[in-house]
Design a protein around this ligand. Structure first.
Ligand code: F6P
Length: 323
């Protein structure tokens, strides 16, 4: 193998640049030419390619987002789109591809691999919803960003004796909400995987008020049926039942932005380096991730399987800590 390409796809994540840097530098140190594909699979279909050398990825390890750009590409989900992408790879004598992204992006990588093309994925999404991975690139930084916001909200909440509903990202998986809820001392955590009742949330807030708390914090995942807007409307309409005045804050894309912390830089560097080594050694159809504490390779088809719900022990711990 002489020439490989790399792309970032789907929602960006802090640490993607560190992964790109590792792909380029490990690739070059193994004697490979590395081509960057701009704008994810969209750029692959359109042939948006740029050669990348070690100096092109200088000073990006600490920078958020992805220097190559990213996209969600509907066309790539069609056989015609993938055919175009394969033609671009062939026309440019690119013999293997590294895809850095979450489950949608790695499902795309799986489709390419099924077509016989050498591809290795690198697990990267702030949602931590990738089957098999302990924790993916971007999660730790996103957690710390959300945690800082919650800590800040607590000081203003305490000043005014208010309750806050804070919505964090997570379409179908409540990992971010559960973990930041525990770390941020939430009184209630609402995630898509666990049935929740707004009356119980109101009762928990009232209980906190009666116990004399100066603030109360509800952390909800965006994908939960009772997201921040729905819950805040419901609870505000029952103000007499909770005591606290309530405010809602949606953190949104703030959690995806900003530079990666040490954990994500290291995870990105290690998983991306392994992806290149595997590709160069002729392995394909896998993605690299932290699995049971070790940098490992899992079959790409695993990315198609939904991640199981969070550990019930963690859900129980969150409830026991909210006193
Ligand atoms: O990348 C994952 C994610 O941040 C989800 O948590 C969120 O639902 C989604 O992406 C938002 O996507 P977009 O940036 O396309 O609005």
């Amino acid at each position: 193998m002489k020439r490989i390409a790399v792309l970032t796809s789907g929602g960006d994540a802090p640490g993607m640049n560190a992964a790109l840097r590792a792909v380029v530098r490990v690739g070059v140190s193994s004697g490979l030419e590395v081509i960057g594909v701009r704008q994810g699979y969209t750029g692959l279909i359109e042939g948006q390619l740029q050669p990348l050398g070690p100096r092109d990825v200088a000073s990006i390890i600490h920078v958020g987002g992805t220097m190559l750009g990213s996209a969600r590409c509907a066309e790539f989900r069609t056989p015609e789109g993938r055919k175009c992408a394969l033609q671009v790879l062939e026309q440019n004598a690119i013999e293997g591809l590294v895809v850095i992204g979450g489950n949608g992006s790695l499902s795309g990588a799986h489709a390419l691999s099924q077509a016989g093309y050498p591809v290795v994925g690198v697990a990267s999404t702030i949602d931590n919803d990738l089957n098999g991975a302990d924790i993916t690139i971007g999660v730790d930084t996103a957690l710390n960003t959300a945690l800082e916001a919650i800590d800040r909200l607590k000081t203003t909440a305490t000043s005014h004796q208010r309750a806050f509903v804070v919505e964090v990202m997570g379409r179908s998986h409540g990992y971010l909400a559960l973990m930041v809820g525990i770390a941020g001392g939430a009184d209630v955590i609402v995630i898509p995987e666990v049935e929740s009742d707004p009356d119980n949330v109101a009762a928990a807030l009232h209980d906190a008020y009666v116990r004399g708390k100066r603030h109360a914090m509800v952390v909800v995942a965006e994908g939960a049926k009772w997201n921040a807007t729905a819950l805040a409307t419901y609870v505000t309409n029952h103000r007499d039942r909770i005591g606290f005045e309530l405010r809602a804050t949606i953190l949104g894309h703030v959690q995806r932005g900003g530079g990666p912390g040490a954990f994500d830089r290291l995870l990105a560097s290690r998983t991306a380096a392994q992806a290149v080594d595997l590709l160069a050694a002729g392995k394909s159809g896998v993605y690299t991730a932290l699995v049971k504490g070790l940098i490992s390779a899992l079959p790409l088809e695993r990315a198609l399987v939904p991640k199981p719900p969070p550990d019930p022990e963690l859900v129980r711990l969150a409830q026991r800590l909210a006193r």
